[in-house]
Write a protein of this length. Sequence first.
Length: 223
Amino acid sequence: MADVRPELPEGYLGAQGSFGELGLSVSSHSDPCITVRENHLCVKFQCGKQVKFTHQLINCCTEKENNEYVFTHTKDNIVEFVIQLPEMGYYKLQLFALPVSDDSKSLPNVFNYLIHCTRAMQPVYPYPKQYAQWKEGCYLNKPLILHNEAKLTNIQWSVHVPRAKGVAIVADGEWFHFENRGGPVWEGTLSLDQLRGKNPKITLNANLSDDETKYCTLLEYKL
């Protein structure tokens, strides 16, 4: 049953392995067993150094991964995991991390939560896919989610991208460049209503190199 607490191995919950070595500390939920009465929450960690994360969100009843319902971003040495839970029940949130400077493909497990969702009244929509460079200190103020049932005219984007020399949305092949608002803050407004229902590719991109023509993909949205 979805609402039966799963049996977990001893030592599974909480900080693991290199958590302390990476300079990490819990900022929001120190108890690794979380009960939520709504199907959304935000878990935060303090980072003493630049760290990149990946995650797994697993439905304990079905063992299905729901990774598309976790969005990770970082600002002022705080990393946030913004989470939606598709249905009631228990979920395992497994977090993996390494220093940004480490090129290893495999990230070790650093913290595990057990989340119990007692009500799931809000609809859920996948977050944008997060690419490697996004995990190096970027933060999205808005919009966290795009979907076909949402208002798609005059969408306001606001994003922090350290070291960026340019930021742009590419929507179905068309470029929309953002304006710099000082420091790492980039903003832009555009409409995507004409792409509703067409399954377009929409990406957030940044120029992080000396070559002003080279943009890397940070996020990928789907309508």
